[in-house]
Design a protein around this ligand. Structure first.
Ligand code: ATP
Ligand code: MG
Length: 508
């Protein structure tokens, strides 16, 4: 008796101008976590959307529990035990948590929605999964991480046999990821078949039993996970072997200062921090979760208040009260949750790239000529290998990773003097990562000050000139990259070592 629960066979799917899937197959078994891997735009999300009824395949068959199926809506699929956590969150922002979880299947009493029961059921579900939100919370008041957890609770509120997780951890902190993995282990033990899509090799290694690899919308191979090495996976994904994961740096830091930060301090969040950024330098900021790296970036950018601190760019003191001031002073911040801010999904790639304003904060730019930008954005699209038939394509229709590349592109044309990249390669496939590294190097070579916030130590070591290590809002180390290694950085990140011997508690 085979334990196969679902087989997709010979699936074809095209969109206008794009053959997203051609002759793709995949088999899922009970009680397995099955990785689906491929570069950005390879067709992973599309295949899963075909399965769950968001898209209809052009041809091909899906066999589920020995019967051919074809769902015409997500709800239809969910009712029959197939649920998906979408890469782009799929919640309705102005509705409550409970309303989202039970959307379109609210419990009724005398023909009207029984809110009490709905909130009660939602509360129960949230507590099973240990999710710290209230059923009555409105979605758009929650952090991305919490929204992600709600999305997970919603997926599991059905009687699930097949669960699809499309980059479920992209917005989660390490602690939440741990929780999620514990949950995945439990669900696997219960016999669910789980499809797990992620670009993070470390995660896949931890929880996956099987792997199917795609390239350019086509099936390449599948394997028992422990039978294949990471290098083999990568070469199957990209169709060539990647000997170098990092480009050779083309510039060295000079003596010239681009930015100085003196005694920057935010009450209860981070202790006074001091650092310089040199021309030609890539400065990494690393640390464990809770190190407050993003908080530092947000405060420098004026998105949060800096209680004290002097900031100089090219020797001139700047005063930043809000992001608008920061942008005017030549600062750019590519935030971690690109999904939420920084991109207009209902507009084309071109419009996004050439839009003179960057959401509400930036209606001050606009001095760049549109034709020039069009050429520049076309160049960028080629260079970053954004998978799209034309530059007029709506960003909505791009794969998740390709959307992120568009956001990076947007900022690049803004002539920033200091660019802060917050986890720039998260959600981005290995091939495109290389292109982003090249870009960081080029920016540095052009004299732009580059700050790279990253949790991935190989990338910190592979790309930066110096590393700031933070722990719980304090700088514990400032290291020359060439003289350090992963172990030493971890010692600073965990507080085993501390260059500045902090004994003072952070005021709160
Ligand atoms: N609704 C749509 N309209 C037009 N093209 C689409 C649509 N959805 C997906 N595509 C295209 O189909 C291809 C496959 O996209 P898909 O989202 O499946 O990639 P992916 O493997 O999930 O990538 P990522 O790792 O970046 O999330 C891409 O070229 C994408 O632009
Ligand atoms: Mg995807």
């Amino acid at each position: 008796m085979s334990n196969q629960v679902l087989t997709m066979q010979g699936i074809y799917k095209s969109f206008t101008g794009v053959q997203a899937l051609s002759d793709v197959s995949m088999t899922l078994r009970k009680g397995e976590v099955h990785a689906l891997m491929g570069e950005n735009g390879a067709g992973k999300s599309t295949l899963m959307k075909v399965l769950i009824g968001v898209h209809q395949a052009d041809s091909g068959t899906i066999i589920y529990k020995n019967k051919p199926i074809n769902f015409d809506s997500v709800l239809d699929a969910q009712r029959q035990g197939i649920s998906m956590i979408f890469q782009e969150l799929n919640l309705i922002p102005h509705l409550s948590v409970a309303e989202n979880i039970f959307f379109a299947r609210e419990p009724l009493k005398h023909g009207i929605i029984n809110s009490k029961k709905m909130e009660h059921d939602a509360a129960q579900l949230l507590s099973i999964f240990d999710i710290d939100v209230k059923p009555s919370d409105i979605i758009n008041t929650l952090s991305v991480a919490k929204q992600q957890m709600v999305e997970i609770a919603k997926a599991l509120s059905f009687d699930v046999e097949v669960l699809i997780m499309d980059e479920p951890t992209s917005a989660l902190t390490e602690r939440e990821i741990e929780k999620l993995f514990a949950l995945v282990d439990k669900l696997r033990a219960k016999g669910l078949a789980i499809v797990y899509i992620s670009h993070r090799m470390d995660e896949l290694k931890r929880i996956c039993d099987h792997i199917t690899i795609f390239r350019d919308g086509a099936y390449v191979s599948d394997h028992v996970f422990s039978d294949i090495s990471m290098d083999e996976i990568i070469s199957k994904m990209v169709g060539r072997s990647l000997d170098n994961h990092f480009p050779k740096r083309s510039c060295k830091p000079t003596e010239e200062l681009v930015m100085s930060v003196m005694n920057a301090y935010r009450n209860g969040v981070f202790a006074p921090l001091n650092f310089d950024l040199l021309k030609g330098e890539i400065l990494a900021v690393t640390g464990l979760v809770g190190a407050k790296r993003t908080e530092l970036a947000r405060a420098l950018f004026g998105a949060d208040k800096l209680d004290e601190g002097d900031i100089f760019i090219h020797g001139k003191q700047i005063h930043i009260r809000n992001p608008k001031d920061a942008i005017k002073a030549g600062l750019a911040y590519l935030s971690e949750d690109r999904k939420l801010n920084g991109i207009a999904v209902k507009m084309s790639i071109k419009e996004n790239m050439t839009m003179p304003s960057m959401d509400k904060v930036s209606n001050r730019w606009g001095l760049i000529s549109a034709p020039q930008e069009q050429v520049a954005s076309e160049t960028f699209i080629n260079k970053m290998d954004i998978k799209t038939p034309t530059i007029e394509q709506l960003v909505n229709n791009l794969s998740g990773g390709n959307q992120q590349k568009v956001v990076i592109g947007k900022w690049l044309f803004r002539d920033a003097r200091v660019m802060i990249f917050d986890e720039p390669t998260r959600g981005i496939d290995v091939g495109a990562k290389y292109a982003i590294y090249q870009l960081l190097d080029e920016l540095a070579a052009q004299g732009v000050g580059v700050i790279m916030i990253s949790s991935e130590l190989p990338e910190v070591l592979g790309m930066s000139d110096r590393v700031i290590v933070m722990k719980e809002g304090k700088m514990t180390g400032m290291l020359a990259t060439k003289d350090t290694n992963q172990e030493e950085i971890m010692q600073y990140a965990t507080g085993v070592k501390d260059m500045f011997e902090h004994d003072m508690e952070l005021a709160s």
